[in-house]
Design a protein around this ligand. Structure first.
Ligand code: PLP
Length: 261
């Protein structure tokens, strides 16, 4: 039987991140992907030039259409843009069988352009942390959710993961990719409070666009196929590490190019 995952996220017209990256990652990781669009971005590798939020009722209509027909075994959530969309997605999740929910708390594009309005961060925490089986913040996103400084050490990462769990997240994957040093370590703090570290070499490349989207979708794909969260994270980390290692072979656009094709 074909496993089915859904991405609830924004469109990146440049094809490197968002829904486009999610569907590629689902496919590469062996699951069928369906999509619920929350916002459209006019974007390329240099930046975002416009954002069009989709009406709440239309976001809900997509959720109802997809989940009422497809037997979905994992859901990934990415760009949500505004508080009303977040609330609408939260209600939509409650109304359906979504499988485990992997929330990538997307806040800014690789170009630095905002993808979530400031006042939405509190709403994201209140509405979606408790509904997620895993959240996958990078170091900037974790600091912003906690109103704190960016974690610098593994000890800081553990403290912030625990603080995010206290805010309602069941499990937390703190991604160390924005840190420094020759290696990039991610920490999975699972629902039992157990720590699992995933370490890979750090590769220097400008082509990092879509890294977070690709990773969270690969985790959702693993979970959709029935892997445990820990095994799904391990497989997804190895998949994204290979993509980052090969990213310089891609020459797409003049800015931060996509991490994979
Ligand atoms: N979602 C959309 C629609 C985006 O355009 C972006 C980045 O530009 C992201 C999510 C986050 O991208 P990344 O995977 O680089 O964190």
């Amino acid at each position: 039987m074909t496993a089915i995952a859904v991405t609830i996220a924004g469109s990146d017209s440049g094809g490197g991140a968002g829904i486009q990256a999610d569907l590629k990652s689902f496919s590469a990781n062996g699951v069928y992907g369906a999509s619920v669009l929350t916002a459209l971005t006019a974007q390329n590798t240099l930046g975002v030039t416009a954002i069009q939020d989709l009406p709440e009722a239309f976001v809900r209509a997509q959720i109802d259409a997809v989940y009422s027909d497809l037997k979905v075994t994992a859901t990934k959530i990415g760009m949500l843009s505004r508080p009303d969309v977040i609330r609408c997605v939260a209600q939509g999740l409650d109304a359906h069988e979504t499988g485990p929910v992997i929330l990538d708390p997307v806040m800014v594009a690789a170009s630095g352009d905002p993808l979530l309005v400031n006042e939405a961060v509190e709403v994201l925490i209140a509405e979606l942390l408790p509904r997620s089986d895993l959240i996958t913040p990078n170091l900037h996103e974790a600091a912003r959710m906690l109103n704190g400084a960016m974690a610098e050490t593994q000890e800081d990462m553990r403290e912030q993961a625990e603080a995010l769990q206290k805010l309602g997240a069941r499990a937390v994957l703190m991604k160390g990719g924005h840190g420094a040093g020759p290696e990039s370590s991610d920490l999975l703090l699972d629902h039992n409070g157990q720590e699992h570290w995933f370490t890979a070499p750090r590769f220097e490349t400008r082509n990092t666009h879509g890294t977070g989207c690709t990773l969270s979708s690969a985790i959702a794909a693993g979970v959709a196929k029935g892997l445990t969260l820990k095994d799904a994270v391990a497989e997804a980390k190895s998949y994204i590490t290979k993509a980052i290692a090969a990213a310089d072979r891609l020459a797409i656009g003049a800015g931060h190019g996509p991490v994979h094709h």
